[in-house]
Design a protein around this ligand. Sequence first.
Ligand SMILES: Nc1ncnc2c1ncn2[C@@H]1O[C@H](COP(=O)(O)OP(=O)(O)OP(=O)(O)O)[C@@H](O)[C@H]1O
Length: 236
Amino acid sequence: MSREVLQCHNVSRHFKLGPQTVEVLSHIDFSVEPGELVSIVGSSGSGKTTLLNLLAGLDTPSEGDVYMAGQALSKLGDRERARLRNQYMGFVFQFHHLLPEFSALENIVMPMVIGGHYRSDSHQKAHDLLERVGMKDRALHRPAELSGGERQRVAIARALINEPKVVLMDEPTGNLDDSTSEQVHDLIMELNRDSNASFVVVTHNQEWAQQMPRQLRLKKGRISTIQSASDQDPKA
Ligand SMILES: Nc1ncnc2c1ncn2[C@@H]1O[C@H](COP(=O)(O)OP(=O)(O)OP(=O)(O)O)[C@@H](O)[C@H]1O
């Protein structure tokens, strides 16, 4: 099996709109190594969310393939793809997508329930994660009883419950004010340092993206730069 947790091999995505073909992504090639933290940046409409959806196996490339754990997603059936996603990936979106009728704790264990991995120690695991994201005393709160930043912390804990190899995040702080965003940015960096999971994060926040070890810039559907933190540090 290859070392990379995710690979994009010559991936293109276009959409047919009547007689028109909209070229959204063209010939994207890159891979994500174990434990890496990578940002995807680019102006609005450059294809970031489209790329993230392809990496997540939620959409299919028009050309090329995405490999997850060395397996081409296009070769898997819907069921196998869903199982691999559940076991292998965690997701955090701009809007938390927590289930309103369930507590923070119940939301966090949900991916284990869905994946059929619910065990007697699942609640303990969720409590541990709540503590890691600084939400120990909010276990029984429902989403409506949490602040925006707290809801995102719960969503992050939920993304980690199945011990994924890779966590995909689409504008995880896009809906938060500046100071709350900064706290959540610090949390994400810390969780990446403390876990073996790779994180791929779409963000508009340049300052934060530059703190990440690797930056992938999209321009009109193509990768225009892949920059690592050492490229930016003249002493490195
Ligand atoms: N299903 C679709 N059919 C046609 N065009 C689409 C479809 N999905 C996305 N696009 C087009 O693809 C382009 C890239 O969209 P995408 O959402 O990936 O951009 P983005 O970089 O994430 O933008 P933003 O930063 O504004 O969220 C846009 O021009 C969009 O109109």
